[in-house]
Design a protein around this ligand. Structure first.
Ligand SMILES: Cc1cc2nc3c(=O)[nH]c(=O)nc-3n(C[C@H](O)[C@H](O)[C@H](O)COP(=O)(O)OP(=O)(O)OC[C@H]3O[C@@H](n4cnc5c(N)ncnc54)[C@H](O)[C@@H]3O)c2cc1C
Length: 441
């Protein structure tokens, strides 16, 4: 039987980073088991008919000094630093992201409703903000009723697929930019080019899509550490054994989980009643992504565009070939079209594709006569964790169970949170450091 000090479930960025940081210490043996043939998880890319498709846009927003140093070192000289060009398409025109700070160019009545609504929030006169810290009330309180009605509500309903008063505002942290009054007023009067928010610039590999990052991290691991093509099939947490396809039982001292928390709990056998109940309370959405290769250069000059209106079946469209020319063969462009669904909602891909292509023509991204030379659907079965009011109590009920069984559950889905690639890498480092602390044993 294989034995290891630390067994890491999942070879996405969080799992790879845990192994890398543990190995740097040289103090513990570590194995990473990954069900797919290639590591990377959601930060993986697929080569298809000469195009490189990621799992929708995966752009590197680097905020932490250590994260930045490590990621740029891993991709040494092989990334571009790009100033974001992101837009909203509504009422038949493009306005700059974020909507709340850029109403210039919208019809006068809409811009007026947005600015007046925002100014009322400053006077504490925001409309109908509810008593609970729900996301709907958060939008009204911070942006006012105009911005909420014209963008925040319709866009977020499309993305989250649940009534917005069922969500908390906890997830939005640094993700939803909150402009000042000056920025809102300037943004109503002129085409304001200042980059707002957490992702005003981004890094992206010049070749190989975002897969270049997990590949570089995996390349730093000692041979034999990363076992791809081996799915975890079951766990005996009490005996500290994992059943892994093609390997049989693996004995470990500590377990690091990066699989989606509900999937991990489902592999863990019979759960205590309160943990089973908490597991049933966890909610998420699935994203379907239609990747397209088009035989025309530069179908758009933008990086990505948000579509709040109902008449567009997708919530966002982005352009891989504008992140790196190498993502598409010469003379062509590539894009991704994102749809959100409840995890078990039935989806007719041919119908969705037809409506998406018609909508892309309606907004001018595609032209009649454009030849589509590659189309590839990807499903992200667990894409966004829903921050509803059950999430925090459920996590609080699950945490002692994990601790008791020597499990660290980390990364975007292991920790069951809204976070990004750099955070997954930092989670791995923090986990390795805590596993190396003698007092934990
Ligand atoms: C639509 C979308 C867009 C995003 N855009 C960005 C962006 O622009 N910038 C950014 O920084 N971040 C972005 N992210 C977030 C980013 O993808 C994640 O933060 C990061 O990739 C999470 O890494 P992880 O290792 O925690 O999880 P994952 O990448 O999910 O890794 C988990 C791994 O576990 C493996 N696994 C699952 N089941 C088993 C099993 N039974 N046995 C063995 N292995 C298994 C999976 O194959 C996977 O490799 C986006 C996410 C989504 C959904």
């Amino acid at each position: 039987m294989i034995k290891t000090d630390v067994l890491v479930l999942g070879g996405g960025l969080a799992g790879l980073s845990t192994a890398y940081h543990l190995q740097k210490s040289g103090k513990k043996s570590v194995l990473v088991v990954e069900k797919k043939e290639r590591a990377g998880g959601l930060a993986g890319s697929v080569r298809f008919r000469g195009f490189t498709f990621d799992h929708t846009g995966h752009l590197l927003h680097l905020h932490d000094p250590y994260g930045r140093r490590l990621i740029l070192d891993l991709l040494k000289g092989r990334t571009s630093l790009i100033a974001r060009s992101s837009w909203i398409f509504s009422q038949g025109r493009y306005t700059r992201y974020p909507f709340q700070a850029n109403t210039y160019g919208l019809p006068e009545k809409t811009a007026d409703e947005c600015v007046v609504g925002f100014l009322k929030t400053l006077e504490g006169r925001a409309a109908a903000a509810g008593p609970r810290g729900d996301f709907r009330s958060f939008c009204l309180r911070h942006f006012g009723d105009g911005v909420s009605r014209h963008f925040m509500f319709p866009y977020n309903r499309k993305l989250w697929r649940v009534p917005l008063n069922r969500l908390t505002a906890d997830w939005q942290g640094g993700f939803v930019p909150k402009p000042t009054a000056g920025e809102v007023l300037r943004g109503a009067l002129m085409d304001q080019r200042e980059g707002f928010g957490y992702n005003a610039v981004f890094h992206y590999p010049r070749r190989g899509g975002i897969q270049a990052l997990p590949d570089a991290l995996a390349g730093r691991l000692a041979p034999g550490t990363l076992l791809t093509g081996h799915a975890v099939l079951g766990l005996d947490l009490r005996r500290r054994r994992a059943l892994v396809a093609g390997l049989g039982e693996v004995a470990y001292e500590r377990l690091v989980n990066t699989l989606p928390l509900p999937a991990f709990l489902d592999l863990s056998g019979e759960l205590p009643a309160n943990v089973a109940k908490a597991r049933r309370a966890l909610r998420w959405n699935a994203v379907w992504c239609l990747n397209l290769g088009v035989e025309r250069t530069r179908v758009s000059d933008k990086h990505w565009v948000y579509f709040p209106e109902k008449r567009f079946p997708f919530y966002r469209v982005g352009f891989y070939s504008n992140f790196a020319a190498s993502n598409a063969p010469r003379g062509s462009s590539s894009l991704y079209v994102e749809f959100s669904r409840k995890p078990s909602e039935p989806v007719s891909l041919p119908a969705l594709e037809r409506s998406a292509l018609a909508a892309l023509r309606a907004c001018g991204v595609l032209r009649h006569g454009d030849r589509i030379v590659a189309r590839l659907w990807m499903r992200i079965p667990c894409a966004y964790v829903l921050y509803d009011f059950n999430r925090a109590p459920a996590l609080a009920a699950i945490a002692p169970f994990l601790k008791k069984n020597g499990v660290d559950s980390i990364g975007r889905y292991g920790a069951w949170k809204y976070s990004f690639m750099e955070a997954a890498i930092l989670d791995g480092r923090a986990c390795a450091e805590s596993l190396l602390e003698p007092k934990r044993r």
